[in-house]
Design a protein around this ligand. Structure first.
Ligand SMILES: Nc1nc2c([nH]c(=O)n2[C@H]2C[C@H](O)[C@@H](COP(=O)(O)OP(=O)(O)OP(=O)(O)O)O2)c(=O)[nH]1
Length: 133
């Protein structure tokens, strides 16, 4: 791992609902970290812009449309010492469309207190702490 400097860039969405809750989804069976809760998102593809990648992932996973210009970079985390993932959290407060779990995943709106009690994907504890600020 230490001899491979190539980062895997992952983007995730902190979508703020109108009542101070945040949208989380559960990673579906068959995926790495299946069953853990996460902010929607995924890997940026080769030569893809990271904001557009997040818009694509969220459309694929939840059927909603985001405005890439209305995303705010909020936090970054990595998975040291396990690997070479760099995860950027963007926040947004608006979206278009009705949320549907297109991959059969569970999703819901959670307060930061409720989030603290969930089994979260590895890098998401630091995101939750950032959203609390
Ligand atoms: N999407 C997402 N991934 C997270 C979060 N927290 C966290 O540790 N991860 C990790 C889990 C995975 O190792 C990696 C993201 O990979 P992914 O499996 O979601 O990416 P992807 O949708 O493009 O999936 P795939 O095509 O590779 O199956 O980042 C999070 O909040 N959202």
């Amino acid at each position: 791992m230490a001899s491979n400097p190539t980062a895997v860039l992952v983007v995730a969405l902190g979508l703020a609902g109108p009542d101070g809750r945040w949208l989380l989804q559960q990673r579906p069976p068959g995926k790495h970290h299946a069953g853990l809760w996460e902010f929607p998102g995924g890997k940026v593809e080769s030569a893809e812009n990271q904001r557009l990648a997040l818009c694509r992932e969220v459309a694929e996973e939840l059927a909603i449309t985001l405005d890439p210009a209305a995303l705010s970079p909020a936090w970054v985390a990595d998975d040291w010492p396990q690997g070479n993932i760099v995860l950027i959290l963007y926040t947004a407060t608006r979206w278009q469309g009705e949320i549907v779990g297109l991959e059969g995943q569970q999703w819901g709106w959670f307060t930061l207190g409720e989030m603290a009690a969930l089994p979260l994907a590895p890098m998401d504890r630091s995101f939750a702490a950032r959203l609390a600020q």
